[in-house]
Design a protein around this ligand. Structure first.
Ligand SMILES: Cc1cc2nc3c(=O)[nH]c(=O)nc-3n(C[C@H](O)[C@H](O)[C@H](O)COP(=O)(O)OP(=O)(O)OC[C@H]3O[C@@H](n4cnc5c(N)ncnc54)[C@H](O)[C@@H]3O)c2cc1C
Length: 325
């Protein structure tokens, strides 16, 4: 069942809103339908009131970060989609509490800009996030990271706005950061503070660049994708295996459904390639559709299950009309 979003939820608040808002341009995949309403709060008060009202009226509420880990259904989504890209929610505060070694970034701040900014100022602690497209809120929610560490390594505290409209602050010690997961409760990441140290700006910049280059050399970053589609699974013997390696060994690299393709370079990257050459050498143009990507995901899961008896779980978040977020 889809749920309508009456204007009385937001029209008297300090927010920007767009009805029937296309979401494709807000995601790295660049596909998917529309949100019934996309709302951009300008203040914390507007955000908390909106969240309380959605909770009260049982309206589905979703938060959009930079859309780097998201696949929106071709039919779009119902309820309310919030985007924290107004200046208040993009702010970064340095020297929180007068301490050089603590900075605070709001949920809508760009992770890439923050990493660059830290490097320029000679601040170390977040360089492991180099090359990972994200908002601060999306990165915290996913505990984004990779070979050089994850965002959780640098966290000092996180403020979560619960669906009841209350803000709760979780100190680092109260949060378990796991592989692409956290123990934080459901809700909106309003801000996160980080423990950082001062260092030589040149050394900081070099480290950020080194990590970026490594990432670029190992992953097809230019493709319309969301990075890794699947989590690395735990095998029956208890070891964690690379999902990309299993996909490669299952022989499905290069498999395609319409424009959706398992990258021939990195098996865990499922991207759209709308213009391609088929086996007969003809140039084909196919529309990029979430439905094709879903089918491709299932084909990969089936192939890996058949060969290794292991279930691949998606890391990418799927949004679908009528489904509770
Ligand atoms: C080219 C490419 C490379 C990538 N490489 C990596 C990598 O190396 N490592 C890695 O971990 N990831 C990688 N990713 C995936 C992506 O960068 C991360 O998952 C990132 O954390 C997504 O952040 P986002 O702001 O784009 O979140 P979105 O994609 O917008 O949302 C993802 C989830 O976070 C939730 N969310 C967003 N903002 C908030 C908020 N303020 N409060 C609460 N929930 C929120 C959304 O509701 C959704 O459930 C890559 C993606 C791409 C496109």
């Amino acid at each position: 069942m889809t749920v309508a979003s009456p204007a009385s939820l937001y029209s008297d608040l300090d927010v920007e809103w767009t009805l029937d808002a296309p979401l494709a341009s807000h995601t790295w995949y660049g596909v998917g339908g529309r949100a019934d309403v996309l709302i951009r709060p300008r203040s914390l008060e507007a955000l908390t009131t909106l969240v309380r009202r959605c909770h009260r009226d049982d309206i589905p509420l979703r938060v959009l970060g930079s859309g780097a880990n998201l696949l929106v259904d071709d039919d779009g989504v119902d309820g309310v989609v919030i985007k924290l890209d107004e200046p208040f929610f993009q702010a970064v505060e340095w020297n929180v509490d007068g301490r050089v070694e603590r900075l605070r970034a709001f949920g809508g701040a760009s992770m890439e800009k923050l990493v660059q900014h830290c490097a320029r100022r000679g601040v170390r602690g977040l360089e492991q996030m180099s090359g990972i497209p994200a908002s601060v809120g999306g990165a915290i929610r996913m505990n984004a990271g990779g070979k050089f560490g994850a965002i959780g390594d640098a966290v000092d505290a996180v403020a979560i706005l619960g669906m009841d409209g209350e803000i709760r602050i979780f100190p680092r010690e109260a949060i378990n950061f796991g592989y692409r997961t956290t123990s934080l409760p459901a809700g909106i990441v309003v801000w996160a503070s980080f423990r950082v140290t001062e260092d030589d700006p040149i050394a900081c910049r070099e480290r950020v660049l080194e990590i970026f280059k490594y990432k670029k050399s190992t992953q097809p970053m230019g493709a319309a994708s969301a990075g890794c589609m699947f989590r690395n699974p735990t095998m029956p013997d208890g070891t964690v295996e690379s999902a990309g390696r299993l996909i490669d060994l299952a022989g499905v690299k290069g498999t395609r459904v319409g424009a959706a393709l398992v990258s021939p370079r990195h098996g865990n990257f499922l991207a759209f390639e709308p213009v391609f050459t088929n086996e007969s050498g003809e140039t084909i143009t196919a529309p990029s559709r979430t439905d094709d990507m879903r089918q491709l995901v299932e084909m990969v899961q089936d192939a890996v299950r058949a060969k290794f008896g292991v279930e691949l779980e998606t890391e990418v978040v799927f949004w679908r009309r009528g489904e509770r977020p």
